[in-house]
Write a protein of this length. Sequence first.
Length: 268
Amino acid sequence: MRIDYHTHHVRCGHAVGELEEYIQSAIAKGLSEIGLSDHMPLLHVDPADYYPEMAMPMEELPRYVEECLRLKEKYSGRIAVRVGLEGDFIEGYEEEIARIVEAYPWDYVIGSVHFLGTWDVTDFRQVHNWEGKNVIDVYETYYDAVCKAAATGLYDYIGHIDAIKRFGYRPEEDATALEDRALKAVAKHGLAIELNAAGIHTAAKEMYPSRRMLERAFALGIPVTYGSDAHHPDRVGQKWEEASAMLKSVGYSQLATFNGRQRRLADF
């Protein structure tokens, strides 16, 4: 069983390649399942006044779903295509997010924290927002948002749970208690997490989450899935060998897969 549940494509503005190219890449690499999971349209900022190329326009959302469903049918028998969404958690916009989640036949919805207010902490163009801030305070705000995301009931798993480390900003203080609180919230509300390979290519220089968090997740009985976070078809399944080796060394022998918002564990 080899899967990849976290991919993006040209509609989001900061990825390249059509949906079908990601599916074809997955087939060529021998994957059993490929998840299409582009970014939810922006809700809490006006795209016309915000940084460009952040997410698909709202008018593209139904076309995205229609294309995903068409490709799911076209490639059935060759690979299992799962229709997903990376649904940003935005505090105060839970009802708007729920309307999107409930309007379409998703196989899964990823709960990811990118935004603290109007600051996207994962956007390289916004790194200047760290200036003058106490790093541990930002971490506390971030992990508080993760806890709140887990409690909404909107999501199937939490994406790149420690993405706050992306640009290498790490507090001098020990953030273990904050990380553990987020993991306990995930466990309490019955969600999974992902092992996201993309962190290796950032200043963090490690996957999301860290090995310590992954070990803690295993101890808490939290299921895990795998995502490349590919923004180019060639990156589908990236670092799978390293990811699977780490998962097995931690103790995982199964991956979470999703179909119609139902989770199933599969040996890998």
